[in-house]
Design a protein around this ligand. Structure first.
Ligand code: TYD
Ligand code: MG
Length: 463
């Protein structure tokens, strides 16, 4: 019998090649292609499977709630037994801390659980537990990287209900000759662990480090294998962290949990708006409050802009927490539709607190901050803004307007600049409905002063 040929697999994108190459054809990465030996093939004759009708009973999944409500929320009401979850994030962001806190909390509730670390020693884990003030939990610890040993230790009926593997990149399965962290190892280790989790009804939590370009090392193979992917994110230099569900077979995606990293571990932030709101009283130029929706929750956040005359032929555009392309689009729309020529200005944009905003609904608040900076006049006091801006300068309605209004009113805001045509009837605060950017400039009292006569003639009739 001819031995099956080995494969050459790119460690970055997972593309497989017939022979070794210095550069991967899939992703263009250099030196990423590694030889992987073929897996032995087993049975050759299939067994008939019994198909089942769609109509029938189903069982509600059993959940393990930690009591940390920001965490349980992201899981959709607690971790589901017998499922695998990937918790990814940059190194140092706090994954180990979060999971140690979650596991000690679960342990205190009487759930037998295990924390296996391939990165830290047991005594380091104890030190961390002491730091977060959880030393009495019955949680069991191990410092281990050999997956076969881990499997052998956990393969007993009541050994553990939840297991953390920190991190999957440090684990290895002997018998595979690639190094820990390679695609082949990550995939094989995860497969074995997930199989055990399903068989024993264990909630398996795999920690995965993210590579610089945002990929989970061991190219996203894990994302397909697990039931939920949670990403833990935050900006360096800021202490709040967001746990975000990207995939969840047992709960809503887009759900977020907000935490604050302190010197005694992570603390839940039940009212995130308070964290991201300006501390000044609306008297600062270049600042606007955006009534956003993160996950399922409304969050108010401050957006700051600075437009400064530029000596450069190509002025600087620098964006933190928002999409640079979107800023370029807004600047172009402001120029052509409102005559606000910012081409001679350096423009800096910052979402305060280090939040990353991806909603187009932030457009209006960004425009407000930009215009306020350009005019050197603060936004009207106690005002929030939200709305998407289109290429012809129109302001488009966005979803969940009622939730945004309510959150703004709850935090003491009296006015909302919002798109026309939304559900503003029952809003608990004053609404300034805008159909175009020109309306919007008028709403914040900057219409005439900023717009050049050339542009004013252009915008006539544009409504
Ligand atoms: P860690 O959980 O080790 O990150 P990860 O597992 O994602 O790599 O978190 C490490 C960082 O968190 C480290 O820089 C120290 C900081 N930290 C605190 O600020 N307070 C604390 O109570 C703990 C435990 C860690
Ligand atoms: Mg860690």
């Amino acid at each position: 019998m001819v031995a099956p040929a080995s494969r050459f697999v790119c460690q970055q994108c997972g593309a497989s090649h017939a022979k070794w190459a210095g550069r991967c054809e899939g992703c263009g990465g250099w030196n990423t292609v590694v030889e992987e030996s073929p897996r032995p093939t087993g049975r050759t004759v299939g067994r008939r499977i019994a198909f089942e009708p769609l109509a029938g009973d189903h069982v509600e999944p059993e959940r393990l709630a930690t009591g940390i409500s920001e965490l349980d929320r992201v899981f959709g009401g607690g971790m589901v037994r017998g499922t695998a979850v990937l918790v990814s994030g940059d190194p140092g962001i706090g994954k180990s801390t979060l999971l140690l806190q979650a596991m000690t909390a679960l342990g205190e509730l009487g759930v037998p659980n295990v924390y296996v670390s391939g990165e830290e020693s047991v005594s380091q884990l104890r030190l961390r537990a002491k730091r977060v003030g959880q030393t009495q939990s019955p949680l069991l610890l191990a410092a281990e990287t050999n997956v076969r040993d881990i499997l052998a230790s956990l393969d007993a009926p009541t050994q553990a209900a939840a297991v953390v593997i920190d991190s999957i990149q440090t684990m290895y399965l002997d018998g595979l000759d690639s190094a820990p962290g390679s695609v082949a190892q990550v995939r094989a280790c995860a497969q074995e662990l997930i199989r055990l989790a399903k068989r024993r009804g264990i909630t398996l939590i795999l920690v995965g480090h993210v590579t610089k370009d945002g990929q989970i090392a061991g190219p996203r193979v894990l994302e397909h294998m697990v039931d939920a992917v949670l990403h833990f994110e935050g900006e360096r230099g800021h202490n709040f962290r967001i746990l975000r569900a990207y995939k969840n077979r047992f709960g809503a995606t887009d759900e977020i949990g907000v935490f604050e990293m302190g010197d005694r571990g992570l603390r839940e932030v039940a009212n995130p708006s308070a964290l991201f709101l300006p501390e000044h009283d609306g008297d600062v130029t270049g600042s606007a409050v955006f009534a956003g929706i993160e996950g399922n929750r409304p969050i108010l956040m401050e957006i700051q802009a600075l437009a400064a005359p530029s000596p450069l032929a190509t002025p600087r555009r620098s964006v933190v927490g928002w999409d640079g392309n979107r800023l370029a689009m807004l600047l172009a729309v402001l120029d052509t539709r409102c005559g606000l020529a910012l081409s001679g200005y350096d423009v800096y944009l910052n979402v305060v607190g280090g939040l990353k905003v991806s909603e187009p609904a932030a457009d209006l608040a960004v425009v407000a901050a930009l215009v306020s900076s350009l005019a050197s006049r603060p936004m009207p006091a106690k005002t929030v803004a939200f709305g998407e801006v289109g290429l012809s300068g129109e302001v488009r309605p966005v979803g969940r307007a009622d939730a945004r209004f309510k959150e703004a009113a709850k935090l003491g805001f009296g006015t909302a600049i919002c798109p026309r045509g939304g559900e503003t009837g029952a809003a608990p605060l004053k609404t300034l409905e805008t159909a175009t950017l020109t309306d919007m400039l008028a709403a914040i009292g900057e219409g005439e002063a900023l717009v050049s006569p050339r542009a004013r003639s252009k915008t006539v009739g544009h409504r």
